[in-house]
Design a binder for this molecule. Structure first.
Ligand code: NOJ
Ligand code: CA
Ligand code: CA
Length: 713
């Protein structure tokens, strides 16, 4: 009997997480700063504890135990994911006059911070959350550990064993002959002094010890640390400061984590505005690999609702913003966060609550997955200040508010209306004060109509069947007749109309994750999949692991391709779905520093780019120029596989001009590109020819002997 129980337990533990996974677009994320949420265990509060909750830079007692106690409250808001602030063990001292209550100053990536609990508590949180249909997303910080000049000076531990600190690491650091950066476990290149080029990724962010992720030990250590959360049941990770790490390293890091199942990983790429520059371009480049937080649109949303500005301008900006994503509905949208001034702390309008409700409803209906920052539902603000750390006050629990009702209602609609989940985005009409946008997915539609000015009777054209429609939030009415819609909108109102028609033809809405290598499981979300059928990926049939009308889990097949993107199509009784793209990697990838001697290219106008004949190199990658006379980039590369690249020059948003130059390399941790295929010199080429001729003669002589032999017989 005991044996049977162990076998069942092992099977359960080995069951891929895909079986319990929801399509993330169907849900809402609730963001919690653990220390500020709820104190479930007063015995872990010291040191650096302020029971009066007046010093915002000290611990206030919140922990995993407290979060578990409040799971029913969180569930009552109808959310399906909880993003918890970083849980890893932080420095045991103050730095810059602050305790690491926020969780971003890690010292040990294998342990949980003792103020928050331990691994047992984390696993219990996962289990208790799962019982309530909620999964846990952990904030993970692989760019840096902790402050270099204060506290523990970048001290690093491996499950309790001291490894190094920033100053010890300096002694063993050496100058990288390609990048020119002094490095070992950390980069030793001072603080980020200019927010572009090499310093952006290879220097300390706000004085925090910057990891050298290309050091194989660091690479494994950070990966193992993240795996501990995944193995303990986390369904996703929010990755801190991705802008300050090489995308090529993140790609290999993500791919390794995805070997555990279809995780939902999204990154924090901090670019605050929609200003078209290299930074925004990079933001979209990162989004091609993994979802990113919608930081660029947030400022304008708050400005337009909390202060002034036209909805017409906002609608144009948002249309442009979403047009640059491969998967706009994977954007992670938020209104408030622990880094920005809370909406209700920002302005000082008489109608700020109504405006907050409008902005909240917008966040919940735009393409993407919405995040509710803890306390948004209870109008949490600080009387002591505005930005960080005052945007992190102690939680006030109140799920009876109008904001809670909006969250719950639109969260509910996400379960039934596929346009809200996967739909496109089109403005129907917009003025300074009014706006209507439509989202469509197959036979489901959504129409969001709003007015931030005096009451108005809004009329516009819409391709909806004649009829009277009722808004999901307040019961507002819209009449459609002959393609003309008419709706009365009070001041500061937002209405959400919807249609749910039957979907017979298969339609793919999302792929999770949308970057994958052979053998990896991915979840295809959508509608009209029916009871069974086939999934074709890059022309090959994929192994189906589970099949539901709105969700299919498949294993990505091995493909013969050098393209970065391959098509995914669902074929079922209802027909064939339009294809959707999957970012394909050939597998067995290592993070590779790819370099070429600058003398090979001469003067370059704009940036130098490369793309090559492997899926990993299918999308152009920008190169940086080092003080050592090299251009370099980091990309995942299949180990030992030869490849060639072509070079281009140009600006990020412009057309790339090909240079007449092809270079060669073989996948490895460091690859210096050469003008000839590596390992094949002219002499070797001639030698290879001789071997081929010799082999041909042997075959011909053997054939001749066989013929003569046969005749004789
Ligand atoms: C971004 C986080 O959101 C912020 O709170 C943190 O301080 C920095 N990254 C550094 O980790
Ligand atoms: Ca506590
Ligand atoms: Ca960095």
């Amino acid at each position: 009997m005991g044996r049977l129980v162990s076998v069942v337990l092992i099977v359960l533990l080995l069951t891929p997480i895909a079986s319990a996974w929801e399509v993330p677009e169907r849900g809402i994320i609730y963001q919690v700063m653990v220390d500020r949420f709820y104190d479930g265990n007063t015995s872990n509060n010291e040191p650096f504890y302020d029971p009066t909750h007046s010093n915002y830079r000290l611990y206030w007692g919140g922990d995993l135990e407290g979060l578990i106690e409040k799971l029913d409250y969180i569930k009552s808001l109808g959310v399906s994911m909880i993003w918890v602030s970083p849980l890893n063990d932080n420095i045991n001292s103050l730095a810059y006059g602050s305790a690491p209550y926020h969780g971003y100053w890690t010292r040990d990536y294998k342990r949980i911070e003792e103020h928050f609990g331990g691994w047992e508590d984390f696993r219990r949180l996962v289990k208790e959350a799962k019982k309530r249909g909620i999964c846990i997303i952990v904030d993970y910080v692989p760019n840096h550990s902790n402050p270099v000049n204060y506290g523990e000076y970048g001290a690093l531990y491996d499950n309790g064993t001291f490894l190094t600190d920033y100053f010890k690491d300096t002694k063993n650091a050496e100058v990288n002959p390609i990048t020119g950066i002094r490095e070992n476990v950390y980069h030793h290149n001072g603080n980020i002094y200019t927010w572009s080029g090499i310093p952006l990724k290879y220097a300390n962010l706000y004085g925090l010890a910057d990891f050298n992720q290309l050091n194989p030990w660091v690479d494994s250590y950070l990966t193992e640390g993240a795996m501990l959360f995944v193995d303990s049941g986390a369904c996703g990770l929010r990755i801190d400061a991705v802008k300050h790490m090489e995308l090529g390293w993140l790609e290999t890091f993500y791919l390794r984590l995805y070997s555990k199942g279809p995780l939902f990983i999204y990154g924090e790429y901090f670019t605050p505005s929609l200003q078209k520059g290299d930074d925004l371009y990079e933001f979209y480049r990162y989004s091609n690999v993994s979802p990113v937080l919608s930081i660029p649109i947030r400022e304008d949303i708050v400005r337009i609702f909390a202060f002034f500005g036209g909805l017409d301008k906002l609608s144009e900006e948002l249309g442009d913003y979403y047009s640059h994503f491969v998967y706009p509905t994977k954007a992670v949208n938020f209104l408030d966060s622990h880094d920005l001034v809370r909406f209700l702390n920002a302005g000082d309008r008489k109608d700020e609550i109504q405006r907050f409700h409008m902005a909240l409803a917008l966040t919940l209906t735009l393409p993407g997955i919405p995040v509710i920052y803890y306390g948004d539902e209870s109008y949490l603000v600080s009387k002591d200040g505005k930005g960080d750390p005052y945007n992190r006050p102690t939680m006030v629990f109140d799920n009876t508010t109008e904001a809670s009702r909006i969250i719950r209602t639109l969260g509910g609609l996400r379960k039934t209306n596929d346009a809200l989940v996967f739909g496109d985005f089109m403005t129907v009409t917009a003025s300074y004060e009014t706006w209507a946008f439509e989202r469509t997915f197959g036979n489901h539609s959504l129409l969001v109509v709003m007015n931030k000015g005096p009451a108005v009777n809004l009329t516009f054209s819409v391709d909806w069947p004649d009829g009277n429609y009722r808004d999901a939030l307040y019961g507002g009415e819209m009449v459609v007749s002959g393609g003309k819609a008419s709706v009365y909108l009070p001041r500061d109102s937002v209405y959400v109309f919807h249609i749910e028609g039957e979907q017979k033809k298969p339609l793919i809405g999302s792929i999770t994750p949308y970057a994958a290598r052979p053998g990896q499981e991915i979840v295809i979300g959508g509608a009209g999949f029916g009871k069974g059928g086939k999934v074709i990926i890059g022309g090959r049939e994929a192994k189906v692991l589970s099949w539901e009308d709105g969700k299919i889990v498949v294993e990505v097949p091995r493909l013969e391709t050098s393209a970065a993107w391959v098509n995914v199509t669902v074929v079922s009784d209802g027909g064939r779905s339009p294809p959707r793209p999957l970012r394909y990697y050939s597998g067995n990838d290592v993070p590779a520093l790819i370099a070429l001697n600058a003398s090979l290219v001469g003067e370059v106008s704009g940036t130098l780019w490369l793309s090559g004949d492997l899926p990993e190199l299918g999308e152009p990658r920008p190169l940086l120029k080092s003080s050592m006379g090299y251009y370099f980039t980091v990309a995942p590369l299949p180990e030992g596989v030869p490849f060639s690249v072509r070079l281009y020059e140009g600006k990020a948003w412009g057309a790339l001009r090909p240079l007449n130059l092809t270079l060669y390399g073989v996948g490895n941790r460091t690859v210096t590109l050469t003008e000839k295929p590596p390992g094949v010199s002219e002499g070797q080429k001639a030698g290879q020819k001789d071997v081929a001729l010799y082999a041909l003669s042997v075959v011909m002589i053997a054939a001749l002997i066989a013929v003569v032999w046969k005749r004789k017989g």
